[in-house]
Design a protein around this ligand. Sequence first.
Ligand SMILES: NC(=O)c1ccc[n+]([C@@H]2O[C@H](COP(=O)([O-])OP(=O)(O)OC[C@H]3O[C@@H](n4cnc5c(N)ncnc54)[C@H](OP(=O)(O)O)[C@@H]3O)[C@@H](O)[C@H]2O)c1
Length: 234
Amino acid sequence: MKSALGKRPFVTANFALTWDGRISTRGSTPADFSSKSDKRRLIEIRAQCDAVLVSAKTASADHMTMGLPDAALRAARIARGQSAYPLRVLLTNSGRVDPALRLFAETFSPIVIFSTTRMLARTRTALAARADVWLHESASVNLPAMLAILRADYGVRRLVCEGGGQIFRALLAAGLVDELHVTLCPRIFGGAKAPTLTGIPGAFLPASVPLTRKKMEVIDGECFLRYRVGKSIG
Ligand SMILES: NC(=O)c1ccc[n+]([C@@H]2O[C@H](COP(=O)([O-])OP(=O)(O)OC[C@H]3O[C@@H](n4cnc5c(N)ncnc54)[C@H](OP(=O)(O)O)[C@@H]3O)[C@@H](O)[C@H]2O)c1
């Protein structure tokens, strides 16, 4: 649970998958292929976490606010000593974040953006009033450092990565994922250019990642699975 930089949060991830492993359509449009139960599960998993992490691409594609639209879940968080809403965390290497994204119009919880010094000055200025912006001087965000900052500066002990595939892949390749929730949905998309759990199919991961099943439930034709993520096998 510790990075060289200090403690990091427990990292869980949550995805809905088609039976051929797609998370979205070719055009990366919001593919609304999972059930109400899956959407409810997503909110429940989010409610257990101190922070929600997505790429700026997914926040935009899915028109996310990253909120918690259930008063009872918010009340339960407060009773546990958490804030009503989880912290919202955006990730982008290029720094291309549209300040007009829907989530910036909502002020229910702070927003933290991790990016690089490639972010344009005018974007930094536009985002400064809406979010904490951490810019790494490397070509890509230093993910272990990001997690250590979230733990040390924002008190994040449990974080859920809600996508997309490229972000999940990067965390996985760095050995920074502890748990995975997947909902297998009874749909088949096909499509060489449709993102999968690890982004558009491409290079192998540096090493395969073993999963240990902790839970399996079938509800209305969908299969809800929870796995512990093990150490990569070379
Ligand atoms: N079914 C599901 O559960 C689910 C969940 C989430 C998303 N989705 C869907 O998945 C699609 C997006 O998935 P995706 O795999 O194409 O993309 P993604 O992971 O959401 O985002 C990829 C983008 O993130 C940035 N990025 C990549 N690696 C990074 C790293 N290591 N550090 C910082 N930034 C990094 C890059 O953009 P920059 O140019 O900004 O650097 C890259 O283009 C959308 O259509 C969305 O609707 C589905």
